[in-house]
Structures are given as C-alpha cells and as structure tokens.
Ligand binder design. Structure first.
Ligand code: SF4
Length: 257
C-alpha cells in the first residue's frame, strides 16, 4: 500500500529543489568530516527512510545507526532487515542497551514500569535509548537527523546545520524545510521501504508498548506515551522537543488511503 499525497505541480517543483538541497547538505556533511566522524541517527521513521535512500544514492560513505531498545515493534524490526538488505552499499549499525542496565531496571521496577509514572518512563528511556545514543555519538564530530521545522514550534527554527550543545557536536537537519506531504511524495515516487505500521494509523512510531494508533483529528504524535500529561511529555533524544506537537495538521491527509 502506498501513502496518499496531495502535492500540487508547484509543490512538486519545490520538492525537487528541496531534494537537491538535501543532497547538498548531506554531501557537505560527508566532505566536512572524516569518515566515521559524522553519522546518521536512523529511527526508521518516514523521514529517516528518505534520508537513508538519499545517503545510499549520493553520500554512501556516511554511516548510520539504529537504536534497538529491545521493545521495538515487529514491523520496525522487519523494516530494519529490509533496509539492511536493500541498501547494501551503506553501513547500518545497531546499538542495544547494556544488558546490566536493563536487568537492574527491571529488577528494581518491573518490566513495564514505564506505565507507572513519568519518572519510571524516563528511566526506561534513559537505559534503553539515551545511554545507547550517547555511546553511538561518542567520538563523533557531527550527526544527522530527520527533524523537520513543521513538526513543532520548538523545531520551527532549526537550521540545516547547527551546533548541538547537549551533545557538544554539530547537527545536520537536511529535511528541515520538508513537509509531511513531501516525505510521502518522495517515498512513493522512489519506492522507499517504510514501516508497515504507517498504513495502520501510526504516523509516529517508537517502542511497541509506548505507541498506539491515532484517531482522525488527533495530533500526529498523540500515540506516543499517550497516558502521560501532554504538557510534560518529551522524547529525550532531542531535548526540549515536546512529543505533542503545537501545530496540529490533518494527519488523515497524509495517511495511506
Ligand atoms: S519508549 Fe517506552 S519501552 Fe521504549 S525506552 Fe521509552 S519507556 Fe522504555
């Protein structure tokens, strides 16, 4: 099944320019840093499969990593396998949580303690995501993300390149000016593999127990940690970025028909 898009001819022309700019940003990252000093953090979300496709075609020396928290949905693991098979010219490393960290957390709090409180949830995210991210970014000079300005007010001023103070390295956001419709237009036109859950009303996908499908009219990230207070939810990988978006869009315009 392919996702629905509503791009006009003018928007398609604009997308061509955005693709060219994205390729230029990736090539800038590739040329500015030694191999292995710049890396793409691949969440396997819709944005990130676009970047994966562009890196494979235009900047294959850029390596990438996926954080496997141990709680990912089967559909995401299937996509990871498909990506590794299809894009065999690029390196896709997988980082896992430290076994001892997970064992300690579960021993103290239980296997699904993230439902009990925000503190427990953040503790689980710290063990399963933040610590592996820090390990994946250690000894790097720059990283690449799929953040887009449209995703929230806290992202609406992100640049194509900026300094990430939290991690102390440069950060590239090559899709900063892309819209949701641009993403799906590119995926469909280039037959890029994507997570099957996107076809089941999951616009934003994280760990299986912490992600649910959304209903018509709900925010695109309303299915993430839905049991928590919306004002205090945050993803942790990009500090200061709330999970619930402040600029609601009609997600049904973008979901597969
Ligand atoms: S998203 Fe849920 S399961 Fe995944 S690391 Fe965070 S709390 Fe744990």
């Amino acid at each position: 099944m392919s996702a629905h898009t509503t791009l006009s001819e003018k928007e398609r022309a604009e997308l061509e320019a955005k693709v060219a700019n994205t390729i230029a940003v990736l090539q800038q990252a590739e040329s500015e840093y030694a191999k292995d000093k710049v890396v793409f953090a691949n969440s396997l979300g819709a944005e990130d499969v676009v970047i994966t496709d562009l890196i494979s075609k235009h900047s294959p020396s850029i390596g990438m990593f996926v954080l496997d928290t141990g709680r990912l949905p089967e559909e995401t693991l299937k996509l990871l396998t498909d990506v590794q098979a299809l894009y065999s010219n690029i390196q896709v490393d997988v980082y896992y949580p430290e076994a001892g960290d997970v064992e300690q957390y579960v021993k103290e709090h239980g296997v699904n303690a993230f439902f009990e409180s925000q503190e427990r949830r953040k503790g689980c995210c710290f063990v399963r995501k933040i610590k592996p991210l820090k390990r994946a970014l250690s000894n790097r000079e720059a990283w690449i993300t799929g953040l887009r300005r449209e995703q929230s007010v806290t992202r609406d001023e992100i640049g194509f390149k900026e300094f990430d103070e939290g991690n102390g390295i440069d950060k590239f956001n090559p899709l900063a000016d892309w819209t949701e419709a641009d993403i799906w237009e590119y995926i469909n036109a280039n037959k890029v593999p994507y997570n099957a859950l996107h076809d089941q009303n999951y616009p934003s996908i994280g760990c299986a127990p912490c992600t649910r499908a959304i209903s018509a009219g709900e925010d695109v990230r309303a299915g993430r940690w839905w049991w928590e207070n919306p004002e205090t939810r945050e993803c942790g990988l990009h500090p200061g970025t709330p999970v619930v978006e402040a600029k609601p869009i009609n997600v049904m315009d973008f979901l597969p028909k």
